[in-house]
Design a protein around this ligand. Structure first.
Ligand code: DQA
Length: 148
């Protein structure tokens, strides 16, 4: 059974408390449960990791790449807009990454309209809330058969 990494960046550990008018009232644990349920019929095993630290996220991408994960669903949080180091990590990983954002980054402040990490991603899903993670997981699980 292949593994798909679910990687969440800074402040996503605060889901449920953090700006609920933007991110909703459900927690990171709720998100992980939704992904677990979505993974069952797909026959993939989700592995979860969240960190507020850029280096820890980079290390986890390398660890998962070396372990041969089938893909990574990645919400880099605010590092999306700032981190060349995370772009390099995704680019150098050889792993298909789908970037997800809970909110629609294009409907928000101008500084959120640029994603440095997106150019290394296979696809970007922005504004679908938790459903974006399930859609990304489905895409990555079925990708070997659809070969994009
Ligand atoms: C986010 C959008 C980012 O701009 C923001 O810094 C986040 C969350 C999202 O999921 O909508 O932390 O990635």
């Amino acid at each position: 059974m292949s593994t798909i990494g679910i990687l969440n960046g800074p402040n996503l550990d605060r889901l449920g408390q953090r700006e609920p008018e933007i991110y909703g009232t459900a927690t990171l644990a709720d998100l992980e449960e939704l992904v677990r349920v979505a993974a069952r019929p797909l026959g993939v095993r989700p592995e979860f990791y969240q960190s507020n630290h850029e280096g820890a996220l980079i290390d986890r991408i390398s660890t998962w790449a070396d372990a041969g994960v089938a893909g990574i669903v990645f919400n880099p949080g605010a590092f999306t807009h700032t981190s060349v180091a995370l772009l390099d990590a995704v680019q150098g990983s050889g792993v298909p990454v789908v970037e997800v954002h809970l909110s629609n980054i294009y409907g928000r402040e101008a500084f959120r309209h640029t994603s440095l990490t997106a150019r290394a991603a296979v696809a970007v899903i922005t504004g679908l809330g938790f459903e974006g993670y399930a859609a990304a997981l489905r895409f990555l699980a079925e990708r070997p058969r659809n070969a994009v």
